[in-house]
Design a binder for this molecule. Structure first.
Ligand code: HAM
Length: 458
């Protein structure tokens, strides 16, 4: 684990400033940190990096919330910073996430980490507030940023955003299936169809140790043929080698003992029930005996939703059962749980590949163009009352020329434009032009809000 000391951060920051001053380069140019991105509004007419404008995020979040609520999951929001020890214990000291990818720092005598995932924090909250004990099985969902210091590439960022759900307090196979069904319903609601659900059983604590040693025994003679990562894993966590993408190692694994042969009765019955219930729900899946996950807390069910369309980072979502996490975090009584989490950024890549837009762009309803100082005051006042009726109105702030304001109105694609000047204020009549049909309607300056509201069919 690497902890960055706050003192070191300050020193390196000061060094940077001193260096800039020394080089006479007082104008520092700030950019967002590599592996992060800004989400811009539609009106910015550009997107940054991999993601669509804010309106698509809001639409995706709303649709996801709708499905979560239909399955009767309640939203939980946990802090972005957590104790480092929670993640180290929860996710596992030997995982890449904990050993290489944590944004961790220390302040005073506390170690903090920017959460790399939200399952361990949710379990912490359940245990801390005794949720399952006081109010039964918890069905919780969340959305929010996570942080992993991975090498950025398409579909893989240092700040990314997850949505996910956890059922805490139930050991039944129906809970696993509820979580998988919920995940599938979300992608269906979003209009996606091109993905594959892979499932496996990692067995319980009675099945796994025997399998681990069988796998180690099988791989040991080939140690020198393995990649450096797999050699490390052979010592620390041989199961993770099953995850390799290296073709030679995959070929070698063809002859390896299978985890399925090591499942005890409880794990096998659970797995069979999960598969039966999925089949009953017509949820298609492929069984993948090589599916292991990058987090150490899983027992029994593990699954991933994968798309061929989003590039090398093909996992849209993943999850599974984690019956031992609670006791790993210090709970005295067992608290079985199961859940999934998905990445928003990969969701957007998949939506883009399937040519799906969640929102049609929304443009302002009206541009009130002011000619002269009196009209400028008039449009400021009337824009406010129209806006309070829900009409989206744009005005100019600087009393620029009518031409400049018309140019703005065109750039913004507004539905209606009205030009107001001394003449209109004197006559008490103003013309509203529908910019797409060219149709003009004349309204009274005294009752613009009511009349425009009625005429523009709100
Ligand atoms: P995970 O597989 O590590 O699982 O992450 C879930 C999803 O988050 C991935 O399938 C992917 O879509 C997205 N994701 C992960 N890392 C990145 C990254 N660096 N950049 C972009 N997207 C990323 C978990 O986090 C578990 N907590 C899932 C879970 C919930 N298991 C049980 N309950």
């Amino acid at each position: 684990m690497t902890f960055v000391n706050q003192g070191d951060v300050e020193k390196s920051w000061e060094r940077h400033v001193v260096e800039c001053l020394r080089q006479g380069n007082l104008q520092m140019k700030f950019q967002n940190i590599k592996g992060t991105f800004d989400v811009l509004p539609e009106s910015a007419a550009q997107t940054t990096g991999p993601v669509p404008p804010t309106s698509e995020w809001v639409a995706a979040e709303n649709r996801i919330r709708k499905v979560m609520v239909a399955y009767n999951f309640g939203e939980i929001r946990t802090p972005i910073i957590e104790p480092t020890e929670l993640i180290a214990r929860g996710v596992g000291e030997l995982t890449d996430i904990v050993s290489k990818e944590m944004f961790a720092f220390e302040r005073g005598d506390t170690n903090y980490v920017l959460r790399p995932e939200i399952t361990a924090p949710v379990m912490r909250a359940c245990l801390q507030h005794n949720l399952a004990q006081t109010s039964g099985t918890q069905k919780l969902f969340y959305m929010g940023p996570c942080f992993r210091a991975e090498r950025p590439q398409k579909g893989r960022y240092r700040q990314f955003h997850q949505f996910g759900a956890e059922v805490v307090g139930s050991s039944g196979a129906a809970a696993d299936v509820e979580v998988i069904a919920l995940m599938m319903s979300i992608y269906k609601e979003l209009g996606l169809s091109d993905f594959r659900l892979r499932i496996n059983s990692l067995g319980n604590e009675n099945s796994r140790p025997a399998y681990k040693s069988a796998l180690s025994d099988y791989l040991a003679p080939f140690r020198d043929d393995l990649s450096e990562t797999s050699r490390e894993r052979l010592e620390a966590n041989p199961l993770r080698i099953l995850d390799t993408k290296n073709p030679a190692e995959r070929a070698l694994l063809e002859g390896a003992p299978s985890l399925a042969d090591f499942l005890d009765d409880d794990s096998r019955e659970h797995h069979d029930e999960v598969k039966q219930l999925l089949a009953d729900l017509d949820i298609a899946f492929v069984e993948d005996p090589f599916l292991v996950r990058g987090l150490d807390y899983y027992t029994k069910t593990a699954f991933e939703l994968e798309s061929d369309r989003v590039g090398a980072q093909s996992a849209l979502a993943g999850g599974g059962r984690y019956d031992l996490l609670a006791s790993e975090l210090g709970a005295k009584t067992p608290l079985p749980a199961v859940g999934f989490a998905a990445g928003f950024e990969r969701l957007f890549l998949a939506l883009q590949e399937e040519d799906i837009k969640l929102v049609t762009p929304r443009y302002p309803d009206l541009y009130l163009v002011a000619r002269g100082e009196r009209a400028h005051h008039w449009v400021i006042g009337h824009a406010k009352s129209l806006r309070e009726r829900g009409v989206s109105v744009e005005i100019d702030f600087q009393e620029r020329s009518v031409k400049a304001q018309m140019r703005d109105a065109n750039r913004l694609n507004v539905r209606f434009v009205a030009v107001v000047g001394d003449d209109e204020l004197l006559s008490g009549e103003v013309v509203f032009k529908n910019m797409s049909t060219g149709e003009e309607i004349q309204l009274s300056t005294d009752h613009v809000s009511e009349e425009f509201f009625a005429a523009a069919a709100y």
